[in-house]
Write a protein that binds this ligand. Structure first.
Ligand code: URA
Length: 228
């Protein structure tokens, strides 16, 4: 399939097929979490730490941990909330229905899934797909921070409230976090916030806002790339 046709399909999946496609333009807080000594851990050590983690009760109900997937030297990092039932079964983030939509969203801004690094705030499935609890997030967040330090992405896309609020260490509602570049933490990585694909599946009318956020992120990325 020709590249443009493929992209048109992705845009269609996003519900934005009627829109004019433009030419491609051009803090992570090291949270005060109870110390896990991840220090200078490399990928192998970090993966082993996550695989064996029993720091919260989610380990009792998981099938397996979901570490993250993608290019370990990616320029883009995608952060979601927590594994769902499909991810718990397959051991990979965003492989269910929300993942299909995520792939379409990424492709619409010229990002094949394999070209980014995808991780969640929480590495084990909360039972019944409930939101992760603060005490679970606090135990798990150091893993995400270490992943960010190892990937050193140029930009982070935070999908949904849990990712946005925990990366930015804020309780500000997601609607107020959209549309600007946040920076926080030791690496000062730019973070762009948008709605979670699972939310979009329930509220397709919000897809237009996400498309705006994705175009914004792409523009910021191009600007940042020009500076590096
Ligand atoms: N939702 C998420 O936030 N992450 C996943 O991996 C799957 C669904």
């Amino acid at each position: 399939m020709a590249e443009e046709q493929r992209r048109a399909r992705y845009l269609e999946a996003l519900g934005i097929e009627q829109w004019v496609r433009r030419a491609m333009p051009a803090e992570v807080s090291e949270a005060d979490t109870p110390a896990i000594s991840l220090g200078e851990s490399d990928w192998i050590t970090l993966q082993a730490c996550v695989r064996n983690c029993q720091r919260c009760s989610l380990h009792q109900t998981r099938t397996q941990t979901v570490f993250g997937v993608g290019d370990p030297a990616a320029q883009w990092m995608v952060v979601g909330e927590a594994p769902g039932v499909d991810e718990d079964r397959q051991g990979e983030p965003f492989v269910g229905a929300a993942g299909q939509l995520l792939n379409a969203m990424l492709a619409a801004i010229y990002l094949p899934r394999e070209s980014v690094f995808i991780a969640n705030v929480v590495k084990c499935r909360p039972p019944g797909n409930r939101d992760p609890r603060p005490e679970e997030v606090v135990q798990c967040l150091p893993y995400l921070h270490r992943q960010i330090s190892l990937v050193r992405p140029l930009i982070i896309l935070a999908f949904g409230r849990v990712a946005a609020q925990n990366l930015l260490n804020t309780e500000t509602p997601i609607g107020k976090l959209r549309g600007r570049v946040h920076r926080s933490g030791a690496l000062n990585t730019p973070i762009i916030v948008t709605y979670h694909p699972a939310y979009l599946l329930r509220n397709p009318g919000e897809k237009r806002k996400v498309w705006e956020d994705l175009k914004f992120a792409r523009r910021i990325f191009v600007e940042l790339s020009a500076k590096t």
